[in-house]
Ligand binder design. Structure first.
Ligand SMILES: Cc1cc2nc3c(=O)[nH]c(=O)nc-3n(C[C@H](O)[C@H](O)[C@H](O)COP(=O)(O)OP(=O)(O)OC[C@H]3O[C@@H](n4cnc5c(N)ncnc54)[C@H](O)[C@@H]3O)c2cc1C
Length: 414
């Protein structure tokens, strides 16, 4: 495809980098400009709370592409540059150094940023957050020094940091107002499995408890909880969720509501402007509603779909939400989406830490999580996607293959 057009991508991380790669892969030979506020070329964040944080792999393992990739594919990578304003009527983007860029198509892949705690002592040294590779480096330095850490928030980031800190031999306390870790997504039953995993590894889990203040001179020395405890510590990691970065879109008047609103083609309310990744709240054809997903696979796959849509193809994003997590020697994959459910069916004993959990609404699987059981995510996703009516006893029976459950249904509806 020969083109004198300019496609601009704001956000040089996973979604943005994959979009740029796809534009070239699809044969687009116009100008591609990839703008990133960070000084690093695009990298993947999952290792930042896992092996990279623990010092087991180096920087070279986290990058999305080799250093030479962008020049080789004629992708203009502008690092350390922030897009500060957008005029969709004129097709113009302004950068923080005063440069104005005309675009024919624009992708906003600005991601998300950690929610900050606003409590007394929140400005003390040693109150850390984790989003960037520099954050992970700073946290690794703390792990190297050992001591005691209080992790605020038992979501995915908090749980993985707690695991990595324990693996590095620190004393770890986790504080969260909910009753079990990961409760919002997994519910009390499966979240309880993760609480036990952390307790077994020596983490003090203070659940049902909030944080009132951080005390100390210039650096944090104690965490005061809402139930009156004082937890001595050397540093604190706060993992209380992320917020989509929507400022640029909102300033330009794009529709924004818990993320940049996009349709199934990832197009925003402004023609020619698309959004993907953590920043996008996308209409999902399977669910018939908008969903904003803050996970790696979503950024990995939405970037390419947005790129194809920018090129005018009828590309649709309809993958089921999927994510993974590694804590200690427990790896898991979760597929689907469930705000509520009627029951959870276990295949295998959760106490063995090798099991599959299925979340059911009536007799249909709406989400599934395989823990230390591999190569089953495809049939789990088919059970969900094909809205297969399942017999709970067969679902729970490790002897009944998931493929057969899917095939049996296909046969019954044929
Ligand atoms: C520590 C950590 C561990 C994780 N582990 C997992 C995991 O195990 N499994 C999983 O599924 N997911 C995991 N995730 C989530 C996953 O990394 C994110 O979903 C993914 O990074 C989203 O990619 P993105 O490209 O949409 O946005 P981001 O990665 O947030 O990148 C957005 C980029 O845009 C830049 N930017 C923002 N505004 C501007 C602007 N105005 N101008 C220029 N640039 C701008 C930002 O600086 C940033 O570099 C983890 C995340 C973190 C932080």
């Amino acid at each position: 495809m020969s083109s004198d057009q300019t496609f601009v991508i704001v956000g040089a991380s996973l979604a943005g980098a994959k979009a740029a790669e796809t534009l070239r892969g699809e044969g687009y030979d116009g100008r591609v400009v990839l703008i990133g506020a960070e000084d690093q070329r695009p990298y993947e964040r999952p290792p930042l709370s896992k092996d990279y944080l623990r010092g087991e792999v180096g920087r070279d393992k986290v990058y999305v592409h080799s250093e030479s990739f962008y020049a080789e594919h004629d992708i203009e990578l502008r690092l350390g540059r922030t897009a500060v304003s957008l005029n969709t009527a004129d097709g113009e983007l302004a950068l923080d150094d005063g440069e104005r860029l005309h675009y024919d198509r624009l992708l906003i892949a600005t991601g998300a940023e950690p929610r900050r705690l606003s409590i007394p002592g929140d400005e003390l040294d040693g109150v850390l957050y984790l989003r960037s590779v520099e954050d992970s480096d700073a946290l690794r330095d703390r792990l190297d020094s050992g001591g005691a850490v209080v992790v605020i928030g038992a979501g995915w980031i908090g749980a993985e940091v707690a695991a990595s800190a324990r693996q590095r031999g620190l004393e770890v306390t986790v504080v969260d107002p909910l009753t079990v870790p990961l409760e919002r997504v997994l519910g009390a039953e499966v979240g309880g499995v993760y609480r036990d995993i952390h307790v077994d590894h020596g983490v003090q889990m203070l659940m049902g408890t909030g944080v009132e203040a951080f005390d100390g001179g210039t650096a944090v020395e104690r965490v005061r909880t809402t139930d009156g405890r004082e937890l001595a510590c050397d540093f604190v990691v706060v993992g209380v969720g992320v917020a989509p970065r929507t400022a640029l879109a909102a300033q330009a008047g794009l529709a924004v509501d818990n993320g940049i609103l996009v349709d199934k083609h990832l197009q925003t309310s402004a023609p020619g402007v698309f959004a993907a990744g953590d920043a996008a709240n996308a209409h999902h054809p399977f669910y018939g509603e908008r969903i904003r997903v803050e996970h790696w696979a979503n950024a990995l796959h939405q970037g390419p779909v947005a790129a194809r849509a920018m090129l005018g193809a009828p590309a649709v994003y309809d993958r089921l939400p999927y994510f993974f997590s590694d804590q200690y020697d427990v790896g898991m994959e979760y597929a689907g989406f469930a705000r509520s459910w009627d029951r959870v069916v276990f295949r295998g004993d959760p106490a063995t830490r090798e099991f599959i959990a299925f979340w059911l609404v009536e007799d249909r699987v709406v989400a599934g999580m395989n823990v230390n059981v591999w190569d089953v995510s495809d049939p789990i996703q088919r059970l969900i996607r094909e809205r297969i009516s399942v017999d709970g006893r067969r679902l729970a029976d490790p002897g009944a293959s998931l493929e057969e459950l899917v095939a049996a249904d296909a046969g019954s509806t044929a």
